[in-house]
Design a protein around this ligand. Structure first.
Ligand SMILES: C[S@@+](CC[C@H](N)C(=O)[O-])C[C@H]1O[C@@H](n2cnc3c(N)ncnc32)[C@H](O)[C@@H]1O
Length: 244
C-alpha cells in the first residue's frame, strides 16, 4: 500500500497519520534500532525513565524494551497509533502509551531522564521551503515543543533527537539559552547519514553554539544579508532526504 501523501504538508496533519495507521503495521523512519543502538546504549542507563515523542508504529520502543529499558512512556497525537501500539505491547509492564501533542505535554516538570524523538520534528518541518529559515508558524510550533521538552527533563537529563537534518540546519533551532541545555551530535548510517543530537539539561551551550544563537538573533533584526539570500535561493530539496 502506498502511504505517500499527495503533498508534504499532510505530514503535519493528524488525519493523515490516523488514516495511515489504520492499515500500516510497522514502519521505522531513518532506519531501525540496530543502526543506532550502539549510540543510545552509551547515553541511556537501563533504569532511566524515557519519554518517546511521536512514537508512531516504529519498533524502536519495543526494541528498547527488549534491550532492557523498561520505563518507557510513548506519546503520539494519533489516537489510532496509540490504541494499536498499546494493544501490541500490552504484555510489557512499564511501557505506557498516551495520546498527546508534543506541544502540550501533560507531565510534571522534571519527569524524565531521557526524552527521545525520531523523525517527529522532521515531520513537522517537512513542508518548509528552505531548511535555512523555517516559517514563523513552524518556528513557533518547534519552540513550543522544545520548551515543553526542556520543562519535562530532569536536571542532567537528555533530549535525544534523531533526524536527517544536518547540524547546519538543525542546530539553529536547538541552540537557545532559554532551553538550558548543551548540544552535541553524532551520526550513523551507510550511504545516507543520519544525525543523533544530544541535548543535556542544565549544561551551557558551547561558545560556538552561543555565538550561533547570537548571530541568528542579530540577523533576525537586520535585513537579509547577501549570504542569507544566496542560501535561500539554494533550491536544495532537503525533504527528498526523508526515507519513506
Ligand atoms: C515521521 S513519523 C515518525 C514515527 C517514529 N518516531 C519513527 O521513528 O518511525 C512522525 C510521527 O510523529 C507524530 N506526530 C506528528 N506531529 C505530532 C505532534 N504535534 N504531537 C505528537 N505526535 C506527532 C505522527 O503521528 C507520527 O507518528
Amino acid at each position: 500500500m502506498d502511504y505517500l501523501p499527495d503533498n508534504n504538508s499532510r505530514y503535519k496533519e493528524v488525519a493523515y497519520w490516523d488514516e495511515r495507521y489504520k492499515t500500516e503495521q510497522c514502519y521505522d523512519w531513518l532506519g531501525s534500532f540496530s543502526k543506532f543502538q550502539h549510540l543510545l546504549e552509551k547515553l541511556i542507563k537501563k533504569e532511566d525513565s524515557i519519554l518517546i515523542l511521536g512514537c508512531g508504529n516504529s519498533s524502536m520502543s519495543g526494541d528498547l524494551y527488549s534491550a532492557g529499558y523498561h520505563t518507557i512512556t510513548n506519546i503520539d497525537y494519533s489516537s489510532i497509533c496509540i490504541s494499536t501500539m498499546s494493544a501490541k505491547y500490552s504484555s510489557c509492564p512499564g511501557m505506557t502509551w498516551q495520546q498527546m501533542d508534543v506541544r502540550q505535554l501533560s507531565f510534571s516538570d522534571a519527569s524524565f531522564d531521557v526524552i527521545l524523538e525520531k523523525a517527529t520534528l522532521d515531520a513537522i518541518m517537512v513542508d518548509e521551503k528552505t531548511p535555512w529559515e523555517v516559517s514563523p508558524e513552524t518556528a513557533c510550533f518547534i519552540h513550543q515543543a522544545l520548551t515543553e521538552i526542556s520543562r519535562c527533563l530532569k536536571p542532567g537529563g537528555l533530549f535525544v533527537s534523531i533526524t536527517f537534518a544536518q547540524p547546519f540546519f538543525r542546530k539553529r533551532l536547538y541552540a537557545q539559552v532559554q532551553y538550558n541545555w548543551s548540544i552535541k551530535h553524532q551520526s550513523y548510517g551507510e550511504g545516507f547519514e543520519y544525525f543523533v543530537y544530544v541535548m543535556t539539561k542544565g549544561e551551557k551551550l558551547s561558545p560556538e553554539d552561543a555565538a550561533l544563537e547570537q548571530k541568528l538573533r542579530e540577523d533576525s533584526k537586520s535585513p537579509p544579508s547577501r549570504a542569507t539570500t544566496v542560501h535561500n535561493e539554494d533550491k536544495e530539496d532537503f525533504l527528498s532526504n526523508i526515507d519513506l
